[in-house]
Write a protein that binds this ligand. Structure first.
Ligand code: ADP
Ligand code: GLC
Length: 491
């Protein structure tokens, strides 16, 4: 055990490292729609290296059942009382890449959609939250920390401390906010009907916000500690622009709020050993990256031109990701004749349609691959020259880190974790791992793209920037150490 942890534990009168149970709606590689899954899948592996037993509890979504059912073991079952409903709940167990995972089974709630949307989603995750608390005494694993993630599990601390009548004992609750824009807002009657919460908690002091019962707010009030996924975002969410109505409670609890930047799984995202790309490379063999570019161009129907700068994106298509700037600027950028653009993403219909139409305007130069593909995403990260991420806000962002690891230079807006992870190119010193712009403004984005194009004309500058990006350390081990410190601190 690290000396630092030993001393910290001593100050708490403890000798053993804390045990942790992570509760999350998604967990890679089992289920994934975005970065939350990556983090919950990777953190336990890095914690294990520090000697911390961290396990995961997550819904047994149909996509998991289809792939892993022959490897899971049925542990036990019971019924969850959800208001007047009594719902079956099975607990299955799976060990994957050394991580111990408990799967909450109910086919009605966890069918083909990880998020059912609308009101149904409230019932889906109210069920999950109660199932976690009901299962806890029988798991045969007694955590010190219950680590909740985002609004889907943010009700757990409140339920434990109220409806379950203080069942928590010495259990401590950590809430990690991955994205404050999603809060789980429902009518109070609906939530009361599901969870049996006393109406005295439906006040601005507890879970009411703007006339709704707000799951994430309840988490911010009742969790013992709160953190978010980058130091910069931890500051931002205390302001009205980013806080989405929760800035008040977060400012009031700022002593218990911290920011820990995420990392990526270096074993999964490694251009030197990635089985999903046609040519493997490292910073010393960057000419092989060009083979990935040609393979990508061929696969998605772009002109096979090694000299054409290829801009890529792999993303959820939401307002958060800066699609308004892309809508405004795409045609101006495509005026640069040799420029190519490839998007792999899915999300809001409006942005999907915009990109589909753009594809028709620029045959052979622009590809909009609307869909989700883990496999193709690796080729996109490897084959691109520049990775565009002009986010309106970005709690942490993993895509820019993955891009840098593959020597694909990110062009980002200076917000949240993007500011914490991308070092903008300095044309005087040559330092940098990407490009950035400050304001959410289409012309500022264009200037950053033009600077990138300028660099593209100098192979030497590109090589040096790519190397610097690939040398940056985005592993999870540093973040895991910070989580370990936080867990011990919470005991
Ligand atoms: P967010 O969690 O806000 O979506 P992140 O940058 O933290 O953004 O993480 C996004 C993760 O999801 C990355 O691993 C990215 O490669 C992946 N991803 C997003 N959209 C797609 C897609 N359409 N196909 C494959 N992977 C995707
Ligand atoms: C959220 C955020 C993203 C972050 C991810 C993992 O989905 O939008 O910025 O990287 O969670 O924490």
């Amino acid at each position: 055990m690290k000396k630092e942890f030993k001393e910290l534990l001593q100050s708490k009168g403890r000798t053993e490292l804390p045990k942790v149970l992570l509760a999350s709606a998604e967990c890679a590689p089992l289920s994934k729609t975005g970065g939350l899954a990556d983090v919950v899948g990777t953190l336990p592996k890095s914690l294990a290296k520090l000697g911390i037993d961290a396990r995961v509890i997550t819904p047994y979504h149909r996509c998991i059942k289809e792939k892993y059912s022959d490897r899971t073991e049925h542990l036990f079952e019971f019924y969850v009382n959800l208001g007047w409903r009594r719902q079956y709940c099975g607990i299955e167990y799976l060990e994957l890449n050394g991580v111990k995972i408990y799967l909450v089974d109910n086919e009605f709630y966890f069918g083909d959609r990880i998020y059912k949307g609308g009101y149904e989603e409230g019932e889906q995750y109210a069920f999950f939250s109660k199932a976690v608390l009901d299962a806890l005494p029988n798991l045969g694993f007694c955590p010190d920390i219950l680590h909740c993630n985002d609004w889907h599990t943010a009700m757990i601390p409140m339920l434990a401390k109220t409806v379950y009548g203080g069942m928590q004992g010495s259990l401590r609750f950590l809430l990690t906010i991955h994205n404050i824009a999603y809060q789980g807002k429902f009518g109070f009657d609906y939530v009361q009907d599901l969870l049996g919460i006393d109406s005295k908690y439906y006040t601005p002091e507890f879970m009411e916000l703007q006339g709704c019962a707000n799951f994430l707010k309840a988490g911010c009030v009742f969790a013992d500690r709160i953190n978010t996924v980058s130091p910069n975002y931890a500051e931002e969410i205390k302001t009205a622009y980013f806080g989405e109505g929760l800035e008040g409670i977060l400012s009031a609890r700022s002593a218990e709020l911290s920011g820990i930047i995420n990392g990526i799984d270096l074993a999964v995202y490694n251009p030197h050993s990635d089985p999903l790309i046609p040519a493997r490379y490292d910073k010393g063999h960057l000419q092989r990256k060009e083979l990935c570019k040609l393979a990508l161009q061929e696969r998605i129907g772009l002109e096979k031109r090694p000299d054409a700068p290829l801009f890529v994106m792999v993303t959820r298509m939401t307002e958060q990701k800066g699609f308004d700037l892309i809508e405004r600027m795409l045609d101006e950028l495509m005026l640069y004749n040799d420029m190519q653009f490839m998007l792999l993403g899915t999300g809001d219909r409006r942005y999907e349609d915009f990109m589909r139409l753009a594809e028709k305007r620029y045959p052979g130069r622009l590809c909009a691959y609307i869909g989700y593909s883990e496999e193709l995403s690796h080729l996109v990260y490897a084959g691109g020259d520049f990775y565009l991420m002009p986010s309106r806000f970005e709690p942490c962002g993993l895509s820019q880190m993955i891009a840098m690891r593959y020597g694909t230079l990110p062009i980002v807006r200076e917000t949240g974790g993007l500011r914490d992870s991308v070092k903008p190119y300095n044309r005087y010193t040559g330092e940098g791992t990407g490009f950035s712009f400050a304001n959410f403004n289409a012309h500022e984005m264009k200037d950053a793209v033009l600077l990138a194009l300028d660099c593209y004309r100098s192979p030497e500058v590109m090589r040096s920037l790519r190397r610097q990006a690939m040398e940056a350390d985005f592993g999870f081990d540093g973040s895991a150490c910070e989580y370990a410190r936080l867990y011990i601190w919470m005991l």
